[in-house]
Design a protein around this ligand. Structure first.
Ligand SMILES: [Zn+2]
Ligand SMILES: [Zn+2]
Length: 80
């Protein structure tokens, strides 16, 4: 069985001496060695003042999201 002609790739050939993955790259980019950069989520900065961490939830980083939750809980206690 023939294997993909790309170095370090031992997958079975699908078309043009390339495996399905590398053949797809050839079709898409015209070059089987092109690897698309992985799409990373665009990081949103924490909206807390002077915080440079990236936000994970509701515009706040892990730490501030937690603090915000605790503060809200305390607010509710105060209201009562
Ligand atoms: Zn391959
Ligand atoms: Zn933060």
């Amino acid at each position: 069985m023939k294997t993909c002609e790309i170095d370090n790739c031992s997958k079975p050939v699908k078309a043009r001496d390339l495996c399905s993955m590398h053949h797809q790259r050839l079709m898409r980019h015209g070059d089987p060695n092109t690897v698309m950069p992985r799409r990373t989520k665009t990081l949103v900065a924490c909206s807390w003042i002077n915080c440079t961490s990236h936000a994970v939830s509701k515009g706040l980083c892990v730490k501030h999201y937690y603090i915000n939750r605790v503060l809200k809980r305390n607010d509710q206690v105060d209201v009562r």
